[in-house]
Design a protein around this ligand. Structure first.
Ligand SMILES: Nc1ncnc2c1ncn2[C@@H]1O[C@H](COP(=O)(O)OP(=O)(O)O)[C@@H](O)[C@H]1O
Ligand SMILES: [Mg+2]
Length: 261
């Protein structure tokens, strides 16, 4: 239905982790496609098979592929996430991403949304095909100077390419969203808590602990905001349901609360 690309301006702020966490709370069925030009990590992190994945999908796409065949190249991660894993290393990724443009029609025709982990975007180069075709590009950054200073170039490149962008921060320290917005003149769409709860999405552990309900509230609110940008007229319900269902009566914590974790 819609292609949402996630990327960073560099420095590994948590693009891959955020892609999985967003997919877990996404209010519609969501397929995660690993497309980081530097190579995939999901198979290694989560003990998945190397294939099927982006290589088999790209090979199939060279001969033309419909949306119904895309899922043949996906694997199940955990109970409900569905991912297309990428090969490790930039050399094999270059081969797979060479066919990325031919994937766009099939991905766009899927019943659910596609969250593409596009890795680092280099504003000096043309946008990768899956970023250039996205309805929304989520730029992930930690709110610290070295990462914030790289953002204007990437946001400008996306604006020049006519791609709507949403800036998402990992954590709110040392600079909370309001300060980031003032400094960059760009709106912060939301915050993914910098929390051990993210461990569930890094392959580093169950990620279960005191921060988990708050992580869930923050992700639920963020995914609603982002999904509304790609489906402005939709009433959201249903979805991957991989995440624990937060109690509706309790609002998502404010950014100031998140910052105290
Ligand atoms: N929301 C988060 N909270 C805490 N740690 C995180 C979070 N997101 C990512 N990390 C940490 O950062 C590391 C790199 O994350 P990853 O998603 O692989 O970054 P990228 O895809 O940008 O290179 C992870 O292994 C994890 O330890
Ligand atoms: Mg990554």
């Amino acid at each position: 239905m819609s292609l949402v690309a996630l990327c960073s301006a560099g420095a590994s702020p948590g693009v891959t982790t955020t892609a999985l966490a967003l997919a877990a709370w996404w209010p519609r069925p969501a397929l995660v496609v690993e497309a980081d030009p530097s190579g995939g990590v999901l198979a290694a992190r989560f003990g998945l098979e190397a294939a099927p994945g982006l290589l088999t999908l790209a090979a199939a796409a060279r001969h033309g592929i419909g949306p119904e065949a895309v899922r043949d190249h996906a694997q199940t991660l955990g109970e409900r996430l569905t991912v297309v894993v990428a090969p490790p290393g930039a050399r094999r990724m270059a081969g797979a991403l060479g066919a990325a443009a031919s994937l766009v029609p099939a991905l766009g025709a899927l019943h659910g949304d596609v969250l593409v982990d596009a890795g680092r975007v280099d504003p000096a180069w043309a946008l990768p095909a899956l970023v250039g075709a996205a309805s929304l590009v989520v730029v992930v950054a930690r709110p610290r100077l070295d990462e914030l200073r790289r953002l204007p170039d990437v946001l400008a490149a996306l604006a020049e390419a006519g791609r709507p962008a949403a800036l998402v921060l990992r954590g709110a320290r040392p600079y909370p969203p309001r300060q980031v917005e003032e400094a960059l003149g760009a709106v912060v769409a939301g915050v993914v808590p910098d929390s051990r709860a993210a461990g569930a999405f890094t392959g580093g552990g169950p990620g279960w602990g005191p921060g988990v309900p708050r992580f869930g509230y923050a992700l639920q609110s963020l995914t609603s905001e982002l999904a509304a940008r790609v489906h402005p007229d939709a009433t959201e319900h249903g979805g991957n349901g991989a995440a624990p269902t937060p109690r509706a009566a309790r609002p998502a914590p404010s950014v100031e609360q998140e910052a105290r974790w």
